[in-house]
Design a protein around this ligand. Structure first.
Ligand code: AMP
Ligand code: GLY
Length: 331
């Protein structure tokens, strides 16, 4: 995380302010003068569990101790990064790049906390949708111009040219979009609704990405919304059992606008059973965000496994603002 923050800083790419510490006492001394909330992160990989949004000094000290004293994430916790807390809506922009050209995909939005209303601990992602009404054409262009293109150039100037899929996790702040994180892989579950919306063949785009010919590739998008609801094992993101039989997938997929993506499943002796925390990504298309959401939840209702749980408010940002718009007065 420190490496990424330093690259962004060197190239003036919008991101939260931060400091980093290799010593526990120095980190705590710094936190005594920080304003709250503050974000404390393990520098290395931590299976999505290494970032702590801390509302008080006590919480922040606790986070530093989990990372550096308890060493919950092993060597990933040799260094902590302490960041300014950014307020706003979190969105994901994925873009193909061949190192020179970029082909950004439509915006999507994940839902990280485990419970409705963004309550509870963070997960790998409990559901996603695309497109995101909050991302206007102008904002999308600003993100491309100020974040994606400068990042691809930065990697070239750092003599680390990148070809592949670039995943930007962004916060839409009052000050404009800022980078929370970068991944060099597809987002899960963001990719499920994106794939449902892509009408053209993906393979030529992948080939062009690898061959440095992305300027000659394009994608055709369905003018529809897609919503993915993740069905998770009982107990996830804590501990959970596996090997539980799953019923109803074929019934859910009898609607051609529905696709059930397997994530944590296994197939012993021809049966389909749970095999991980996030089990299925139940994804549906619809002509509006409301229609896609209704279809996705209709499909979820047909699927059963013991202990299954899911959020019932996926895509609420896309749906509620519309519901709460005042009625347009008759002319
Ligand atoms: P990360 O592991 O860095 O991707 O962070 C995990 C999650 O913590 C993000 O998806 C955000 O929800 C939250 N988060 C991380 N950094 C910040 C920040 N600087 N301000 C606000 N929220 C953050
Ligand atoms: N959905 C979050 C991720 O793929 O990292």
């Amino acid at each position: 995380k420190l490496f990424m923050r330093e690259v962004l800083k060197r190239h003036a790419i919008p991101a939260p302010s931060y400091d980093a510490f290799k010593n526990r006492d120095e980190a705590v001394a710094y936190l005594e003068h920080h304003h709250y909330p503050a974000v404390v992160k393990a520098d290395g990989l931590a299976a999505g569990k290494g970032a702590f949004v801390c509302h008080t000094l006590e919480e922040a000290r606790g986070a530093v101790d989990i990372i550096m004293k308890e060493r919950r994430f092993g060597d990933s916790g040799n260094c902590v990064v302490i960041e300014e807390f950014l307020e706003g809506q979190e969105i994901s922009i994925l873009a193909f790049t061949d190192g020179t050209n970029i082909l950004p995909l439509d915006a999507s939005q994940d839902h990280k906390p485990v419970f409705d209303g963004d309550e509870g601990p963070n997960t790998g992602g409990m559901g996603a949708y695309s497109p995101v009404p909050a991302i206007t054409h102008r904002l999308y262009q600003k993100i491309t111009r100020e974040i994606l293109v400068p990042t691809v150039h930065a990697m070239n100037r750092e003599e680390s040219p990148y070809r592949g899929i670039l995943y930007a996790g962004l916060m839409l702040t009052a000050d404009g979009p800022k980078v929370l994180e970068y991944n060099v892989r597809f987002g899960d579950p963001e990719t499920q609704p994106l794939l449902m919306r892509i009408q053209s063949d993906l393979v030529p785009v992948l080939m062009a990405t690898a061959d440095g010919a992305l300027d000659q590739a394009d994608l055709v998008w369905r003018n529809q919304s897609a919503v993915c609801v993740v069905m998770a094992s009982g107990g996830y993101p804590g501990s959970y059992e596996t090997g539980i039989e799953i019923a109803g997938i074929a019934e859910a997929e009898s609607d051609k606008q529905v696709k059930v993506f397997h994530a944590g499943t296994a197939n012993p002796g021809g049966r389909i059973v749970t095999g991980g925390g996030r089990v299925l990504g139940v994804t549906a298309l619809g002509d509006t965000p409301e229609a896609a959401r209704e279809r996705a939840y209709g499909a979820v209702a047909k699927i059963e496994f013991e202990g299954a749980h899911y959020r019932s408010d996926i895509a609420h940002h896309a749906v509620e603002p519309m519901r709460s718009f005042p009625a347009v007065p008759e002319a």
